[in-house]
Design a protein around this ligand. Structure first.
Ligand SMILES: NC(=O)c1ccc[n+]([C@@H]2O[C@H](COP(=O)([O-])OP(=O)(O)OC[C@H]3O[C@@H](n4cnc5c(N)ncnc54)[C@H](O)[C@@H]3O)[C@@H](O)[C@H]2O)c1
Length: 369
């Protein structure tokens, strides 16, 4: 693994997030930021499993402050509940959490979401840092300041924009991911590339076998490239008024599939892959570049998404209508336009979506290509 650390900043309205990607990023973060952790009470939020696998990576944090408390959360999506956020707040209160305490989220996107949310609401907002340990979290979830919890009715239903002060991402932890977890991260990188960054898309296309096989240096450098690309896009549109909505490509149906299947039964990345396949169909019917749509579909096929569980269209349609991206004038769909370019379309008739969804499910979740 190459030793170079990439560093870039995402500037917010009144703050900034420093991103460090590369081996040694955690040590550089805690030694290089001066007061990021020094002398502060630090609450590390992590699932036990990730602590067992990768916990020694936090040694530089222990060197920076002795006041480290470990707060465990359930593994995976189950961490993203109101009950778990409350459990974090109560433990932080009991253990002397103050306005200058720091939350360090160590794990995948689920842990980052609940820890960032808990930090954003505790004492009306304390600082947090993200140490993403999955490809998906390094590529996507750690960047952009969104935090959130699920309700049984709806995924990511409750949340805050609360950017971390730092994102410290090392390739090393990616070595213990399984193929399915790598696949989930690759789906999000492909998504960003397909609608906003052709070079990133082509990189996934070119390096797919090495990435799927888990070549850590390839995974680490892809994560840095994707994170930099997402950070630039978010900086242009932090509150998702326009361009940032492109990153919801595949997520309108994806979130509905994930919730309808039951959280944890269909992985987020796989649900988004199906969401993208569905959006490809909608895009093709509305003038998308057919050659590029076919390329996106082929890359999804190569990534190898597991079969779609049998789900009834009615429940999915209700969930899509409830999606937080739904406005009074109807859902805003992210469609593919051309190579590396997406576009937004609001007001596709509900009956049309319903008809296409029935056909899509009948095809087993494949686009009409
Ligand atoms: N806030 C955002 O902007 C944003 C963006 C994208 C996704 N997300 C959210 O991220 C979540 C998905 O994140 P995820 O895919 O990272 O899944 P996850 O956080 O649920 O973790 C999946 C599994 O990976 C394991 N794991 C973590 N690090 C590991 C390592 N180094 N080695 C081995 N196993 C490891 C965990 O134990 C867990 O079982 C979803 O809830 C999604 O909504 C949020």
């Amino acid at each position: 693994v190459s030793g170079a650390i990439e560093s870039f900043e995402l500037r917010w309205e009144r703050s900034a997030t420093r991103h460090l990607y590369g081996e040694g990023a955690i040590a550089a973060g805690f030694a290089g930021f001066g007061d990021l952790a020094r002398g502060r009470k630090v609450f590390v939020v992590a699932a036990r499993r990730v602590m067992e696998l990768q916990g020694e990576r936090l040694l530089p944090l222990r060197a920076a402050t002795e006041r480290v408390e470990l707060l465990d959360v359930p593994d995976g999506e189950g961490a993203k509940s109101v009950a778990e956020a409350e459990r974090l707040w109560r433990r932080m209160s009991e253990r002397g959490g103050k306005r200058d305490s720091l939350v360090v989220a160590f794990g995948g996107g689920s842990v980052l979401d609940v820890a960032g949310f808990a930090a954003g609401a505790f004492l009306r907002g304390i600082e947090w840092a993200a140490i993403p340990t999955t490809l998906l979290a390094q590529v996507d979830a750690a960047i952009g300041g969104k935090t959130g919890l699920d309700l049984p009715e709806m995924k990511n239903a409750v949340g805050l924009f609360h950017p971390p002060v730092a994102v410290l991402a090392e390739p090393g932890p990616l070595a213990t991911l399984g193929r399915d977890q790598r696949r989930a991260g690759l789906v999000e990188a492909l998504k960003l590339g397909a609608v906003a960054d052709l070079a990133l898309f082509e990189r996934v296309e070119r390096d797919l076998e090495r990435l799927l096989d888990g070549e850590v240096s390839a995974l680490g450098s892809l994560a840095a490239a994707a994170a930099r690309s997402k950070a630039a896009l978010v900086e242009r549109d932090p509150r998702e008024g326009g361009e940032r909505q492109l990153l919801n490509f595949g997520h309108t149906l994806g979130h509905a599939l994930e919730a309808e299947a039951g959280y944890g039964r269909l992985a987020h990345g796989d649900a988004v892959a199906y969401g993208m396949r569905f959006a490809l169909g909608l895009s093709l019917a509305r003038g998308a570049d057919a050659d590029f749509a076919a390329r996106v579909a082929r890359l999804l096929d190569r990534i190898g998404v597991p079969p779609l569980p049998a789900l009834a269209p009615a429940g999915l349609l209700i969930r899509m209508g409830r999606d937080k991206k739904a406005r009074a004038e109807g859902l805003t769909w992210v469609l593919l336009a051309g190579p590396g370019a997406g576009r937004l379309e609001t007001g596709i008739a509900e009956e049309k979506v319903a008809t296409e969804l029935v056909a899509f499910l009948r095809r087993g979740g494949f686009p009409p290509l």
